[in-house]
Design a protein around this ligand. Sequence first.
Ligand SMILES: Cc1cc2nc3c(=O)[nH]c(=O)nc-3n(C[C@H](O)[C@H](O)[C@H](O)COP(=O)(O)O)c2cc1C
Ligand SMILES: CCCCCCC(=O)C(=O)O
Length: 378
Amino acid sequence: KQRHLSAPVCPFRHSCHCTKMPMVCLTDFEEYAKEHLPKATWDYYAAGADECCTRDDNLLAYKRIRLRPRMLRDVSVSDTRTTVLGTEISFPVGIAPTAFHCLAWPDGEMSTARATEAVNTCYITSTYSTCSVEEIVAAAPNGYRWFQLYVYRNRKVSEQIVHRVEALGYKALVLTVDVPYTGKRRNDIRNQFRLPPHLKVKNFDGVFEQENSGLEEYGVPPNTLDPSISWKDIYWLQSLTRLPIIIKGILTKEDAELAVEHGVQGIIVSNHGGRQLDGGPATIDALLEIVDTVQGRIEVYLDGGIRTGSDVLKALALGAKCVFIGRPAIWGLAYKGEEGLREVLQILNDEFRLSMALAAGCRNVSEINRNLIQFSKL
Ligand SMILES: Cc1cc2nc3c(=O)[nH]c(=O)nc-3n(C[C@H](O)[C@H](O)[C@H](O)COP(=O)(O)O)c2cc1C
Ligand SMILES: CCCCCCC(=O)C(=O)O
């Protein structure tokens, strides 16, 4: 095969045979990442729980939705800007929290931070980052960031990280509620997935050393997360911080109502990219009942399966204020670090702008609404 002139530098120094340049859509980045990442790393990023039904349905569900395009609405000028928690971002797509970016690109989360700062969108930093929150903020001091939090059996560990990120200027806490235990990811078990010795969960360097012994799972000792976490812990978290709290992992109207009643500022409709419960709904299928229950009292966001600009449009039409991408951001990093992620976001922005104009006749994000969806086909 002939190597294309614009082929990127392979971070793993493979002799690449990348004939599919330029990158045209997000799945081009997926193919690149699959070809270039070590198998156990690829398997970890791609994993879904058990038979991966929910992971796959996150994508398939978008293909079942049809749009009702409107015409003759002067789309010569379009504006993709929106706000989240009152802050303006360049388009309604942010970065979902995903672990271990240094497995994809040498300076990992620092590249993610630079790319999102450059594009002016929201980066939700994972607790399980391979750069520390201090390194991430130093890499992109003006970036707009939220911090994703897990609750540990040792509550002091959670308390300390909350205070650290608040002092560093993170603008919200995203409490992930769908991991009382880690889902069963078959290939991770087969591969005995472990972080390589040169990488760590940098935010907790040394923290768990005396806590626990046993074979490390996803970078920390086993059984560190607190499976007894419940709704009353929202009040505990509120007592620790002045930051807005967003609950990530809501999939039903009942839990959406409880979230509102507990005074949080937002919900992310998420099934963890299908990596936790297999058999739960695709997130886009769960969105409507949640939006109808919340009735605008707090912001509702969504992640899972967003791969094209028209997926973004469909999620917004069904009531999401903003969506977040998980795996596609990692594929961008694996391709070319900061530049690769910027390319992923640019492609998604271009596609979203085009969908707004072609399918929706929308000139700005506030014109996107439910009338665009063909409900008879759902
Ligand atoms: C490799 C990987 C690591 C993840 N790590 C975290 C994490 O540390 N915290 C978290 O709340 N969610 C985590 N998630 C879930 C994502 O935040 C998000 O819900 C999911 O990736 C969205 O689906 P998508 O990958 O189809 O965009 C992870 C997902 C993947 C694929
Ligand atoms: C002990 C929980 C580890 C989770 C690792 C990061 C994550 O959320 C994932 O889906 O992977």
